[in-house]
Structures are given as structure tokens and as C-alpha cells.
Design a protein around this ligand. Structure first.
Ligand SMILES: [Ca+2]
Length: 309
């Protein structure tokens, strides 16, 4: 065990044991490190204290702070898999969470989530999603979970771009009703750079852009899913910035959404989300979090955010 890990172990152990719990120390240590480093601290803890650090943290912390810290003790894929599980377990389904995760993750991320889901819950993600959703919404989510999206190619296929753009138009705005199957196939199988060009080309066929067309053609969870997909294809970090802003602008921040985005993106693209946020709203994510959250939860989020822009 390195001296550094030993020191961190002693600091965490002391913070947990202190009467009233020293949340500040726990926040400072765990939010300022990578997942790999947090795992190392947890290993050190287990060896020295002969007990599991996650259980000790569960016992010491509570509320929103506990949710953030326990989330950070998972890898990004473990966290996403657990969030999906939580959104479909029990009666009813949290479609909003399901859509956010399944429609925003890359193919590589989805493949890892599927594998981790099976390890953690001994069940297939496909089966659980199919069991909890229905109709075209289920078909779209299952197509995404299949992770068949093409990898970006260095060759731009203008013929295919034109063909897909026309197919999207003919399957939606041009005809009566919507051929959802065609939309699902194109949006779940084509690479992201290809789709960006398809949506651009689409405007030469349709009087409405892709997002307007989605709003006109489909409703409910299917509409939300297609919109999330298209927004993420166009600018994923802006999608997360918008979602963070929406979640915080209402009175009483939607903590669940804020927590999920901050925890799941902190090691992926939070820096880029911060700059999109600032560009879009003229105010930093840091300041917005400071205004709309409070207490130890706020301290943890600000520390994860990392800095003011
Ligand atoms: Ca139509």
C-alpha cells in the first residue's frame, strides 16, 4: 500500500468515525479523485479496517450526499447499469431515466453496460427492457441495446446520406402515418457522423428539420426518445447541458437528474458539458449549481464540477 493511500485511508476512516461524521473530508477526498483511485482507497480500507468501505459510507452518510458518493464508488458502466435497473424495477417505469441513458450512450458504452448489467443482476438487459416497455418505444430501445451502430468511416458516402435522408422523409413527413420501423433502423444502425450529414441533407427534402418532424410524427415516450437521439447526434454535451439546466431551473432542483448527469459524466465529458452550458446560458454550470442546490450535496456537486467558467 502506498503512503498516499494509507494517508487517505486514515483520513476517511477518521471522517467516518467522527461523531456527527466529517462529511467535508469525505467529499474532498472522494470527489477529487478518479474512479480507479477511489477503488484503491476502498481496497486499502478493506485491508486495514477489515470491513467494506461502501457499507461504512452507507452507514455514515444520508440523503442526496449519500447518493452522490455511493454513485462515485461505481464505475461509469456499473453506475449506468444500476440506474437502468432502478428505473425499471418494481411497479411502473421511470421512462425519462431510461430514455436519457439508452438514447445518449455510445455503442461502446452500451456494450459495456450490457455486460456489467449481466454480471451485477444476473439478467439480460434486453429482456428487462422488453419486459418493462411496449410498442414502438420498446422496439426503439431494444434496437439501441442491440448496439448495432456502425463505426464512423473515413469515407463519406454521399449516396447513402441522400438515400437515408429521403427514406426518413418518405417514412414520416411525406406519408400518412409514420413508418417507425424505418426511422428506428436508420437511427440505431448508422454512425453518428453519417447521421449528422443525413439530417442536414434531410432539410432539402422536408419542410421541417428532423426534430420538428419527430414532434409532428410521433408522441409520448417515442417522441422523447427520437428527440434525445437526434439531440445527442448533433451535440451530446449540449444535450446534457440543457438537461442540467432544465433540472435546476424549476423550484427545488430535480436532484435525481442532476446527480445522475454529474456522476455519470464526471469522468467522460463533464468539461465539455461545462463549456456548452456556459455558451448556451451565459452563466457557468458551477454558479447554477451553487444557486439551486444546498448543503453537503452542493459541496459535493461543486467539487465534482471542478471549477467556475
Ligand atoms: Ca406522416
Amino acid at each position: 500500500m502506498s503512503l498516499c493511500m494509507l494517508t487517505l485511508f486514515i483520513l476517511i476512516e477518521t471522517a467516518i468515525k467522527t461523531k456527527g461524521v466529517d462529511e467535508q473530508t469525505i467529499i474532498q477526498i472522494l470527489t477529487k479523485r478518479t474512479y480507479g483511485q477511489r477503488r484503491e482507497i476502498a481496497f486499502a480500507y478493506e485491508r486495514r479496517a477489515k470491513k467494506d468501505m461502501i457499507s461504512a459510507l452507507k452507514g455514515a452518510l444520508s440523503g442526496s450526499l449519500e447518493t452522490v458518493i455511493l454513485g462515485l464508488m461505481k464505475s461509469t458502466a456499473q453506475y449506468d447499469a444500476s440506474e437502468i435497473k432502478a428505473s425499471i424495477k418494481g411497479l411502473g417505469t421511470d421512462e425519462e431515466s431510461l430514455i436519457e441513458i439508452l438514447c445518449s450512450r455510445s455503442n461502446a458504452e452500451l456494450l459495456e453496460i450490457k455486460q456489467v448489467y449481466k454480471e451485477l443482476f444476473k439478467k439480460d438487459l434486453e429482456k428487462d427492457v422488453a419486459g418493462d416497455t411496449s410498442g414502438d418505444f420498446a422496439k426503439l430501445l431494444l434496437a439501441l441495446v442491440e448496439a448495432k451502430r456502425a463505426e464512423p468511416s473515413s469515407v463519406v458516402d454521399y449516396e447513402k446520406i441522400d438515400e437515408d435522408a429521403r427514406a426518413l422523409y418518405e417514412a414520416g413527413v411525406k406519408r400518412k402515418g409514420t413508418d417507425v420501423k424505418t426511422w428506428i433502423a436508420i437511427m440505431s444502425e448508422r454512425s453518428v457522423p453519417h447521421l449528422q450529414k443525413v439530417f442536414d441533407r434531410y432539410k432539402s427534402y422536408s419542410p421541417y428539420d428532423m426534430q420538428e418532424s419527430i414532434r409532428k410524427e410521433v408522441k409520448g415516450d417515442l417522441e422523447k426518445s427520437f428527440l434525445t437521439l437526434v439531440q445527442c447526434f448533433e451535440n451530446k454535451q449540449l444535450y446534457f447541458a440543457n438537461r442540467l439546466n432544465d433540472a435546476m431551473k424549476s423550484k427545488g432542483a430535480k436532484e435525481k437528474v442532476v446527480t445522475r448527469i454529474m456522476v455519470s459524466r464526471c469522468e467522460v465529458d463533464l468539461k465539455k458539458i461545462r463549456s456548452e452550458f456556459k455558451a448556451q446560458y451565459g452563466k457557468s454550470l458551477y454558479q447554477t449549481i451553487a444557486e439551486h442546490t444546498k448543503g453537503d450535496y452542493q459541496t459535493a456537486l461543486l467539487s465534482l464540477c471542478g471549477g467556475d467558467d
